[in-house]
Design a protein around this ligand. Structure first.
Ligand code: C5P
Length: 403
């Protein structure tokens, strides 16, 4: 329970505002006090009366409300909570936040605050994908704003894609994660996991046997230490770990885009088994078997190397960890890979079929750093994750001390 914690909930003007009624109720179930603030547009979607009734307190709406200002000024209001949650964070609110605008109560509170901020974006898919929104998102992340969602799915406007606000329980998991004190509190860590699927045609794809278990275990262990985790995952059946920001993708190119959008981060762990190749040409129609015995001539092209791209890029996290799944000369290949991809550490493992690592629950790994190779005993993937997370914590702590 979070009995002593207060959330300042800024409700933006989008159709997803209706979910805030449930969010307030669920937050109360988890013991949070909610101080609601509504923009003018939000009041077009849900009534301040409903919000106030569920929160059990008045709704703040007006920057120039004399009664509110004498009781609690907007500066004090902006700092009275443990966390500010903006839900739904509309394209307009995100743009205002990026620009530091302060022309209504919600935007003024966001500029005046020294409290951590979590946004739950929600908007039409095209608005979400618009270059301005993506630029604002990157800037906001860089400014230290935490982000949960959006999810992909059917939208109220009839379109399909990313833009649906995260569900109330997902938002509260992110809130719990941010308010829980751990050794990684205040750190943003990115994890890629699972395979990628590379389409051949609308019904077939190239894939691999990765289950995502090791990456998911690492994401869960990082979140348990209070890190804000962006888990960029290819298609797997593993359940999403608690308190992580899940970003689901299919292909390597989508994974690269999502990874770049999730930066900056303090550290990044690239556990995904990204497909090395995709088909050179995309087809919108199913390739037909015509009975002639002639098989399709599938031309392949190389996928971008996400780890190497991020590791050599401008927004490189200070600690970059890669994986090397090998079947031969594991240590030599992994050591060469560390240098080639310019990452700091490589977790090398033997994925020959007899090891049962692919899809299994146990793993035997060797940590390769600039100082050499360190073999770890065989362990459950959760134990490997926890050892790795301890090493990440030591590394980030040492880095902070030496700054
Ligand atoms: O080259 P290889 O696939 O063996 O490299 C493994 C490491 O590189 C893993 O950390 C994996 O997540 C990452 N990788 C990547 N993008 C690719 C291929 C591999 O991020 N296209």
């Amino acid at each position: 329970m979070a009995a002593d914690k207060t959330l300042l909930l800024i409700i933006g003007g989008g159709i997803a505002a209706y979910k805030c009624l449930d969010l307030i109720r669920r937050a109360a179930e988890r013991g949070y006090r909610v101080t609601p603030v509504m923009t003018k547009a939000a009041a077009e979607f849900v009534t301040p009366l409903s919000v106030s009734a569920l929160a059990g307190t008045e709704v703040h709406q007006d920057l120039f409300d004399l009664t509110s200002e004498t009781e609690m000024g907007h500066i004090q209001l902006s700092r009275s909570a443990d966390l500010i949650v903006v839900a739904p964070a509309t394209a307009d609110l995100m743009a205002k936040m990026t620009g530091g605008h302060a022309n209504d109560l919600a935007s003024t509170l966001l500029v005046a605050t020294d409290t951590p901020v979590l946004i739950a974006p929600a908007m039409n898919v095209r608005m979400w994908k618009h270059v301005a929104t993506q630029r604002n998102l990157k800037q906001l992340r860089g400014d230290g704003v935490h982000v949960v969602g959006p999810n992909e799915g059917d939208m109220a406007c009839g379109e399909f894609g990313p833009g649906r606000m995260a569900e109330p329980l997902e938002i509260l998991d992110a809130v719990d994660g941010l308010l829980r004190k751990g050794r990684l509190s205040g750190r943003h860590i990115l994890v890629t996991a699972g395979p990628t699927h590379e389409p051949i045609d609308p019904v077939r794809y190239i894939a691999n046997r990765s289950s995502g278990k090791q990456g998911y275990a690492i994401a869960a262990a990082l979140a348990a230490e209070g890190a804000q985790v962006s888990l960029i995952s290819g298609p797997v059946t593993e359940p999403a770990p608690h308190c992580v920001d899940m970003i689901r993708v299919e292909s390597a190119r989508e994974m690269l885009t999502a990874t770049e959008a999730a930066l900056p981060a303090d550290a990044a762990v690239f556990a995904a088994a990204v497909a090395d190749w995709r088909t050179a040409t995309e087809t919108d129609s199913k390739i037909k078997k015509d009975g002639s015995g002639v098989i399709p001539d599938l031309k392949l092209t190389e996928n971008p190397d996400i780890l190497a791209t991020i590791s050599k890029g401008e927004s490189r996290p200070s600690l970059v960890v890669g994986f090397a799944a090998e079947t031969d000369d594991v240590i030599a290949n992994a050591t060469a890979k560390r240098q080639r991809k310019t990452c700091d550490w490589i977790i090398a493992n033997d994925v020959s079929p007899e090891t049962g690592v692919m899809g299994g629950d146990r793993n035997t790994v060797t940590l390769i750093t600039a100082d050499g190779a360190e073999a770890w005993d065989e362990a459950d993937k959760t134990e490997v994750a926890s050892r790795l997370v301890n090493r990440i914590i030591d590394h980030l702590d040492r880095e902070t001390v030496s700054c």
